[in-house]
Design a protein around this ligand. Structure first.
Ligand code: DGI
Ligand code: FE
Ligand code: FE
Length: 192
């Protein structure tokens, strides 16, 4: 068993306020997506439980954890250290909870996506985007696509995220671009 009830309670006790509700929502959504698309609900659920475990930390604390775990931030991450919370959470999942690599990898790429997303990576990314507490514009469309086709849903999320980042004049991470290009190169489209 990856995570018994005691471990689950321990993980949840580290989360506060909205992030606690978001994580429970993400766990539910991830398990449901795994059932729908032939993934492993237990792996998906535990990846969701741990995915934002370091999100509350300050930029300096993110950088300190990177130093501790040998994560080398790229230029975009140096300028936006909160983006590192996936990679630092993956390190905690590995070192403190002994999680297998495929779960750590999914946690590490949950903010940007990456080239060659595995089914588990896709499930976590999408669950994070569509879970029940989310209410931003476009989430209903993402939920609708997620009932039909995981790749189209994922591309829609990338599209929305990129559009939002461009509108806000933010730096784009190379993994965000790589994730988008990978879907486009494979002929995925979300528009009907
Ligand atoms: O941790 P959550 O809030 O649940 O969600 P998340 O881990 O997907 O983080 C979302 C944030 O990450 C959102 O504010 C946009 C930001 N983000 C994602 N990709 C990029 C990015 N920010 C920059 N600057 N560049 C990116 O490529
Ligand atoms: Fe996150
Ligand atoms: Fe999240």
């Amino acid at each position: 068993m990856l995570c018994n009830e005691e471990m689950r309670k321990g993980i949840l006790s580290r989360l506060r306020g909205y992030r606690y509700e978001h994580t429970l929502g993400c766990e539910r959504a991830a398990r449901k997506l795994a059932e729908r698309f032939g993934g492993d609900p237990e792996k998906a659920g535990v990846a969701a439980l741990l995915h934002d475990i370091t999100k509350h930390l300050s930029p300096q604390e993110q950088l300190n954890l990177c130093e501790k775990y040998g994560i080398i931030p790229c230029t975009v991450e140096k300028s936006e250290p909160k983006m590192l919370h996936g990679k630092t959470a993956a390190a905690i999942a590995r070192e403190e909870y002994g999680m297998p690599e495929e779960i750590c990898d999914a946690i590490a790429c949950h903010t940007t996506g990456r080239r060659g997303m595995t089914l588990l990576d896709k499930i976590l990314y999408l669950a994070d985007y569509i879970e029940d507490t989310r209410d931003f514009s476009g989430v209903e469309k993402a939920r609708k696509l997620a009932r039909q086709d995981i790749d189209r849903a994922l591309l829609y999320c990338y599209d929305q995220t990129l559009t939002d980042l461009v509108e806000r004049g933010k730096l784009i991470h190379s993994d965000t671009v790589a994730a988008y290009n990978d879907m486009i190169a494979h002929g995925v489209r979300w528009r009907d």
